[in-house]
Design a protein around this ligand. Sequence first.
Ligand code: ZN
Length: 501
Amino acid sequence: MEFQIYLMEFESVIGLEVHAELETKSKMFCSCSVVDSTIAEPNIAVCPVCTGMPGVLPVVNQRAVEYALRVALALECEIAHTSIFARKNYFYPDLPKGYQISQYEQPLARNGHLTIQTKKGERKIRIRRVHLEEDTGKLTHVHQDEESYSLVDLNRAGVPLLEIVSEPDLRSAEEVRTFANNLRSILRYLKVNSGDLEKGVMRIEPNISVRPLGSDELGTRVEVKNLNSFRALERSVAYEIKRQTREIQQGKSVIQQTVGWDENLGVTVLQRIKEEEDDYRYFPEPDLPPLVIEPEWVASIRSALPELPGAKLHRFTQEYGLSEYDAGVLVAEQAVADYYEEAVAALAEISREEVRPKTIANWIIGELFGLLNQYNVSIEQTRITPQGLASLLLLVSQGEINQNTAKAVLAEMFSTGKPADEIVAARGFTQISDSEFITELVNQVISANPDQVEEYVHGKDSIARWLFGQVMRSAKGQANPQVVQRELDRQLSALRQTDGQ
Ligand SMILES: [Zn+2]
């Protein structure tokens, strides 16, 4: 029996609950400014409404609703004509009213999906709901000497918050990370959230369970809280899958609980055992009317949506012949995708020769990203313009400089902001394409290495590569490799022919 259990295969079932602050100017139900709560002075953006004083009335921020609709439409949800704000009651010092205004039975949007690229091909992850609510304040717990107390900062209280809940359609830690990354890209494309997990403006809580492969029943789920990076998200999910699978294999049962993630130890840590679902005693918010969304408004928001990463990825593979991987890297950030397309357009303008869009992608993903990472600079800040990169790649395709020289030139363009041709001229980098000179070089190398040439003539083809290296070396790397190859091939095949006669 034990043997059988050991052989049983398991699958993990993961759903995500994502909270994203909406980057509006003012809060969800009052006119207080939305400030960066990681740097602002505590309690500077507060008023009687968001501090929960008696007798005040909330007013819905229309811009927040618009931002929420953008996200809901991007996730292809059905938009509710009427949605209802509700009071979610619970007591905690960061919640001055004693309840949070949220949406419960009638959320803003439902039944959407997000398609992700996985190892097993495309997968459609269903979105259960998207709804609007308000964020809570922030507590700082202080333990000083003998004293322990908590500081309350209400700058964040009442900031518009979007909750996005997926169906439990994700099956691995890797898929969770891909989904979360794609969702972050979408929020950034829509300019509603910076996607900054470290700052807590986007918060992702996975719930994970494990079941025997082929079963339709859901296992007992564990929720992970307070994850502040994609790495922590992926690692914690992978850890939970392993832990729960082991528990079940050992004949134990998984306990429903909320856990945190210890980044240093690489383990989840029990926070709270959930014996039953929390009872928040929801009821419709009496101070707010139902939220009615006119179809015309939805249509105008839909028509103003930008091309989203998924559609862009598809277009990049079709239009530029890129692999899905390369296209995925380029479209993750809109600024990178725009940079790429500007470089492609600039090359088309200055060059009749073919520089393949794939080559441009390689240079951006490889060399340019390398420099950006090394110096911690964003693509918007770099001094290399798309046009500048195009000019450099034109020099390579025309044989003026070779790949390695171009890499050095790119690094110099990055640090000085000078154009490629200026750097090439000043450094004497220009590649030697003069065929007479190259003929002479090849001649010299062939006469200087009679033994190797002899071996080549008698069939050892690999010597040709070695001879090529010798020619390039004697030209100090500045000879045009295509011209060298052509001349070397010509002279060597002439030698073989002579030998055969
Ligand atoms: Zn306020």
